[in-house]
Design a protein around this ligand. Structure first.
Ligand code: GCO
Ligand code: MG
Length: 424
C-alpha cells in the first residue's frame, strides 16, 4: 500500500531566542510523520511561505518513498534555483522524508545510510572573550567539560564591535587593540563597526598568548567570518601558521572564492569554508582543486540530507573532510541530521556544536546529547527526535525573545571604520 504525503507544514518557533523553522510532513499512514530542519534564521517567514504556498500543493498525494525524485522535483519546480530560501524549504521536506523512511524501516538514519563509521561525534565549541585572558579562561572551562577542539574568537567576529559614535581611539572594547581603531567620519551611520587591521593584530596576539599558556596539544580553530579584504586574508593565514590551527574558517566571502588559490600558495593553514554556500558552483572548484580541507555547509541551506550525502562523497574523492555548520540557528532536528551523517560518513572531520540550552530539549524530545566532548543520538528510528508543537507555540518569533528587534537583522550591518558596509 503506497504511503502518500497528506500535509506539509512549516513550524516557526524561538525557544532559545533564536528563530527556527521545522517542516512536518504528515502521511496517509495514520501517526506516521517526519520532521526536517529548514532554518534560515534571517528570513524565516520567507521559508515558511516557500514551504506552505509552493511545496505543499506540489507534494500532497505523492509517494513518501521517492525521496530522490521529490528532491529533484522541488529543486527544479521554481525554475530559478539554488537560493537559501528555496533550499531551506526543500531541506525541511527532504529531512522529513528521510525521517519517515527510517521510521518505516525501523532503523536510525545512520544505519539507513550504511551504518556507523564511529560511535561518537567529536565536536568543537566556542571560546570567546573581550581579551586573551578571558578567551583562555573559557578554553579551560570547555576543556574541563571534556571538549577536545576549541574555536577561539576575540569579541565574536571581527574583534570587539564599537558604535559609530565612538570617540576617536575610544577604548570601547576592553582589549588594548581596540584603542588603535581608526575613527569614523562625521555623520557615520549606525552599524557594527570594526577595523580589519585591529582585528587581525588582536587575533595574532590572542593566539600567541594562548599557545604560550596551552602549548600545542589543544586543537584550536578560528573563524574569520569572511571579514577581511582578500589580500589581507592571504597575509592573515600566513601570520597564523606558527600557531598550528586545526582549521581557519571562512577566510574569504563566497564572492571571492578564487582567492583561495592565493592563500594555498602562501600558507599551510588547514582551511574550512562553506556555511554561506547554496550553489554547487561555489564548492566544486574548492574541492576538485584541493583548495580547502573542510567543507562547512549549513545542510539545510544546500537542500538537506540528499545533497549533503552527495557533497560528502565528492569531498571524500578529493580528501576533503566534513565540518557541518552547527550554530544556534540550526534547529535540534538539524543538529540530529548533522550527527546521523557524522556517525556514518568515512570522511567526517569535526562537528561544530553550539549547545542545545533549555528549553530546547523539552520542545524537541530526543535532542542529540553531548557527553565528554562527543555527541550521541538515540537509536530510535529515523532522526530520533520529535517536536512538542503546543510547547513550540509558546515561543513565537517576537521582539523580546528574538535576536532581531522589529524583524530587523542588526548584527549583519557590519561597517568599516569609515562607514563602508562590509560582508558580515
Ligand atoms: C559559525 C557561524 C555562525 C553564523 C550564524 C549566522 O561558524 O557558527 O559563523 O556564527 O554567524 O550561523 O546566522
Ligand atoms: Mg562560521
Amino acid at each position: 500500500m503506497t504511503v502518500t504525503i497528506t500535509d506539509v507544514r512549516c513550524i516557526l518557533t524561538a525557544p532559545a531566542g533564536i528563530g527556527l523553522a521545522i517542516v512536518k510532513v504528515e502521511t496517509s499512514d495514520a501517526g506516521l510523520y517526519g520532521l526536517g530542519c529548514a532554518t534560515f534564521t534571517q528570513r524565516l517567514t520567507a521559508v515558511k511561505a516557500a514551504v506552505e504556498d509552493y511545496l505543499r500543493p506540489l507534494l500532497i498525494g505523492r509517494d513518501v518513498a521517492r525521496i530522490e525524485d521529490i528532491w529533484q522535483l522541488c529543486y527544479q519546480n521554481s525554475y530559478w534555483r539554488n537560493s537559501p530560501v528555496l533550499n531551506n524549504a526543500i531541506s525541511g521536506v527532504d529531512q522529513a522524508l528521510w525521517d519517515i523512511k527510517g521510521k518505516q524501516a525501523n532503523l536510525p538514519l545512520y544505519d539507513l545510510l550504511g551504518g556507523k563509521s564511529r560511535d561518537g561525534v567529536a565536536v568543537y565549541r566556542h571560546a570567546d572573550g573581550r581579551d586573551p585572558q578571558e578567551v583562555l579562561d573559557n578554553v579551560y572551562r570547555l576543556k574541563a567539560q571534556g571538549i577536545m577542539y576549541i574555536r577561539c574568537q576575540l569579541g565574536g567576529y571581527g574583534g570587539p564591535a564599537r558604535r559609530a559614535d565612538a570617540r576617536p581611539y575610544d577604548n570601547v572594547g576592553v582589549y588594548g587593540g581596540i584603542k588603535g581603531q581608526a575613527r569614523s567620519p562625521e555623520g557615520a551611520l549606525e552599524g557594527e563597526y570594526y577595523d580589519p587591521d585591529v582585528y587581525m593584530r588582536s587575533v595574532i596576539e590572542m593566539f600567541d598568548f594562548l599557545r604560550s599558556k596551552l602549548g600545542f596539544e589543544t586543537p584550536l580553530l578560528h573563524d574569520v567570518h569572511e571579514r577581511l579584504p582578500p589580500i589581507e586574508a592571504v597575509r592573515f593565514a600566513k601570520l597564523l601558521e606558527p600557531y598550528r590551527l586545526f582549521f581557519l574558517e571562512d577566510p574569504l566571502p563566497p564572492e571571492h572564492i578564487e582567492w583561495f588559490r592565493r592563500i594555498r600558495q602562501h600558507a599551510a593553514v588547514p582551511l574550512a569554508m562553506g556555511e554561506l554556500f547554496t550553489h554547487p558552483l561555489e564548492w566544486k572548484p574548492l574541492i576538485t582543486e584541493q583548495l580547502i580541507d573542510f567543507i562547512r555547509v549549513h545542510i539545510s541551506a544546500i537542500g538537506g540530507i540528499t545533497p549533503a550525502r552527495k557533497l560528502a562523497a565528492l569531498c571524500e574523492a578529493f580528501g576533503v573532510r566534513t565540518a557541518w555548520h552547527g550554530p544556534g540557528d540550526v534547529s535540534p532536528v538539524g543538529h540530529a541530521a548533522n550527527v546521523h551523517l557524522d556517525l556514518h560518513l568515512h570522511n567526517f572531520g569535526i562537528q561544530e556544536f553550539s549547545g542545545l540550552p533549555d528549553p530546547l530539549p523539552e520542545v524537541f524530545p530526543g535532542c542529540p546529547e553531548l557527553r565528554d566532548g562527543y555527541l550521541y543520538v538515540s537509536d530510535r528510528p529515523g532522526l530520533g527526535i520529535d517536536i512538542n508543537e503546543s510547547l513550540a507555540a509558546k515561543y513565537p518569533l517576537h521582539d523580546e525573545m528574538s535576536q532581531f528587534k522589529g524583524g530587523v537583522v542588526r548584527w549583519t550591518q557590519s561597517r568599516l571604520p569609515d562607514g563602508t558596509l562590509w560582508r558580515p
